[in-house]
Design a protein. Sequence first.
Length: 192
Amino acid sequence: MTSPANDLFSQPGHASFQHDDDRRRELGQDIMAAAYLRGDFVLRSGARSSYYFDKYLFETKPTIMRRLAEFLARRVPGDVARLAGPELGAVALAAAVSLETGLPFVIVRKQVKQYATGSAIEGELHPGERVLIIEDVVSSGGEALAAAQKLRAAGVTVVGVLAVIDRQSGGGENINAAGMTFDALFRLDQLV
């Protein structure tokens, strides 16, 4: 018979850690079941791939988005004042994480909205704020880097990029090379 001191599951915090690990693994399986497609795809970067994560297939499912928001919110650095979601794919994610953390968010448009503000940023943004970009699937990191450039032009500090999935195609390295941190809830090798 083991004593409570030697029983890992009786130690404070271990059961909840194990539970979170199981919940995260289950979330990854649900994302795979909902959004992992096989075929011949041309990615935004122009690279060809035999698989694709269709972000809209997991971002439109409340049972997945609720859990994603919870897990992503835990990874938001404490010194961030605002979140940013590049249009269109990451907007729902940024909104969900905003609701979970209480942090406001902005939308980073692909193109400047000439007929209104003349800005690529939708929402309230203040110079000097520390902003975290929320992303869905990162391959080369091109979309996140373009969003960071627009945010920096608005006078904020982009501290990093937080993604759901890192395809492990150089995006994390490209983001780090641009002076930002990169974090992902799942790496490709953890899902496939």
